[in-house]
Design a protein around this ligand. Sequence first.
Ligand code: SF4
Ligand code: SF4
Length: 83
Amino acid sequence: MANSLLPFIDQDRCTGCHLCVDICPAGALAQIDGKACLAFPQLCTYCIACEDQCPEDAISLPFLIVFAPPHPNPPQGQLPAKE
Ligand code: SF4
Ligand code: SF4
C-alpha cells in the first residue's frame, strides 16, 4: 500500500492470542516470540480488521485528516434558510 500510515501494535498490551494474524486478509501480520507484529507492511491494505478483532485494544490505525481546498465555484442559494 502506498501509504506511510501503518497499524501500530502495542507490544505491552498484546497477549499473543493470534486473532489478528488469523483475520488479516492480506497476510501482513505474523506472530513472533508470542507477540503480533506487522511483518509485511507492504501487504497491508489498511482494512482495520485487525483493530476491530483485537480483544486487548492493542492495535491502532492512525488516520490522517485532509481538508479539501475551497470549491472554485461554490453553489449559490442551495443552503436551507436559517430559522
Ligand atoms: S489480536 Fe491483539 S492481543 Fe491478539 S495477537 Fe493480535 S495484537 Fe495481540
Ligand atoms: S489493517 Fe487489515 S491488512 Fe492491515 S494488518 Fe490489519 S487486518 Fe491486515
